[in-house]
Write a protein that binds this ligand. Structure first.
Ligand code: ZN
Length: 504
């Protein structure tokens, strides 16, 4: 591709109201442009990088025996009503009405659509197990989009779904995804760890999140340095010190769902002094849809944390449970050693859904004993566009992005400088013929501008052809990540580049 033909201009300064370094660089280098809050266009370089990520994902999913499909962005509301999520999820779910007055939703995820396919296509145990995946757009109307692609409203996901006859089958597919996800992140060049997580709005019985540790992350993890305990703070448990009589309390209105009816109850949560309430734990204890703050007078439900000494408590008690958040230094639930906290971005999650969707939506199969049973489901997702943002965050320096070869939009950045234009064009053609992806800077710009843009865009290998390099006997070659600059004779160049890219 010739840079003179690209519409994206590089920006010297990051646009106002952007804070995260990786996102600023994606904007400055012309990979993405914001269209609306949390909504982005991917320009040519951004789209090329996404295609690299998606190719790695397809390869790994195909390796699990997955069948690639594509489910729609627009769903009939009836599917989401059947699963119950139409009522459970609030304004995050995009809802619209078509010209005939029928209610529709925008895909927030695809469990309902997949369960609907399964109930039509799967009839017998002989058709199981199955694994299907797609790479598709999602819409989640986040009230606080931030950090560019890390927390956007429209985003791309790889999501896959396993269908099994029993728990053992689900367990095998869950473990296979767990391993494949680590392969995907390793191939892309992002270090991640997998932590126990809340099942949240997906429902189900077990979940793990894949986390990229970074100070810009919004999730807090609790990590044990002594054993392998690592968990999202939302679910992290810990050994509590001696029970205390000193308490604090906070009130919420809890929305409990009874069929299609929402019932509101005022809840007072009582917890030890100098600790924090963990709202996720409280939601589970109450089996509530959501909580909102309140300052009501009367309490319907009293919930006491299990770290409270009840000898000093005279009030009512309806539930006793762990409802406090693990803090930095809390004792590990496994080994008792202090846990440390770390910030992270969630780049993927995997869920054992069990029969949460197949039961509500009637996706059943006939087993060997001729009995109808619900299909056992798992769902697995990686945020593709969020992954691109995390990679930009992880692979950059003060001059710009530093893409690993595996995910760089082009492998080689070829700069044509004064006196080297003709040689550059012929090299460009040669490299393309040998299958090397080249970005040619053929713009009428000063050398300094071209060098700065090459650093900013961050392709792995930079070639410079100029009157000067030709006088020295060839083409100047420099790796973006640093190291020696060499002048390589034109005759040796193809071999040199091919070897370099293979070994990088
Ligand atoms: Zn431990």
């Amino acid at each position: 591709m010739k840079m003179s033909r690209l519409m994206n201009e590089t920006l010297r300064e990051a646009p106002a109201a952007t804070e995260v370094a990786g996102h600023q660089l994606l904007l400055r280098a012309g990979f993405v442009r914001q269209v609306a809050a949390g909504v982005f266009s991917y320009l040519h370089l951004g789209q090329r990088a996404l295609q690299k990520l998606e190719a790695i994902m397809r390869h790994e999913m195909d390796g699990l025996g997955g069948q690639e499909i594509k489910m729609p962005l627009v769903h009939p509301a009836a599917l989401w009503q059947a699963s119950g999520r139409w009522y459970e999820i609030d304004a995050e779910l995009g809802r619209l009405v078509d010209r005939n007055g029928r209610s529709l939703t925008l895909a927030l995820s695809h469990e309902e659509t997949l369960a609907d396919l399964a109930r039509q296509e799967i009839h017998s145990y002989r058709q199981l197990p199955q694994m299907a995946y797609h790479i598709q757009t999602k819409w989640r109307d986040d009230p606080r989009p931030r950090a560019g692609l890390i927390r956007s409203r429209e985003f791309t996901m790889l999501d896959s779904y396993s269908l099994d006859a029993n728990e053992a089958g689900l367990d095998a597919q869950y473990q296979a995804h767990h391993a494949a996800y680590f392969h995907i992140f390793a191939r892309c060049g992002l270090p991640v760890l997998a932590v126990e997580a809340d099942v949240g709005m997906m429902g189900g019985t077990l979940a793990h999140e894949f986390m990229y540790l970074t100070p810009i992350g919004e999730d807090t993890l609790l990590l044990c340095g002594n054993c392998d305990y690592q968990a999202n703070r939302q679910v992290a448990t810990f050994r509590k010190p001696e029970k205390t009589a000193a308490t604090e309390s906070v009130q919420f209105v809890a929305e409990l769902v009874d069929g299609e009816e929402a019932v509101e109850q005022v809840v007072t949560a009582v917890f030890p002094q100098n600790t924090q309430i963990n709202e996720t734990k409280l939601v589970h204890v109450l089996d509530a849809q959501r909580l909102r703050s309140t300052a009501e007078q009367t309490t319907d439900i009293w919930v006491l944390d299990d770290g409270i000494n009840r000898a000093g408590w005279n009030g009512a008690v309806h539930k006793i449970a762990d409802i406090t958040a693990a803090q930095d230094g809390a004792a590990c639930t496994n080994c008792g050693q202090p846990l440390r906290t770390a910030r992270a971005v969630e780049v993927a999650n995997i869920f054992k859904l069990g029969t949460r969707y197949s039961q509500t939506m009637g996706a059943t199969f006939v087993d060997e004993q001729d009995e109808a049973r619900p299909i056992v489901m798992g769902c697995y997702g990686i945020g593709v566009t969020r992954l691109l943002a995390c990679l930009a965050e992880h692979h950059h320096d003060e001059d710009g992005l530093t893409w690993p070869v595996a995910i760089a939009p082009y492998q080689v950045h070829l700069l044509a400088l004064r006196g080297g234009e003709e040689a550059a064009i012929s090299l460009y053609t040669q490299l393309q013929e040998t299958g090397v992806a080249v970005l040619l800077d053929d713009r009428d710009e000063r050398p300094g501008v071209k060098f700065n843009d090459a650093d900013l865009i961050g392709l792995p290998l930079r070639l410079t052809v100029s009157q000067r390099s030709l006088a020295f006997g060839g083409v100047e070659v420099a790796a973006r990540a640093g190291g020696e600059t060499a002048v390589v004779p034109q005759d040796d160049l193809l071999t040199y580049i091919t070897n370099w890219l293979t070994n990088a």
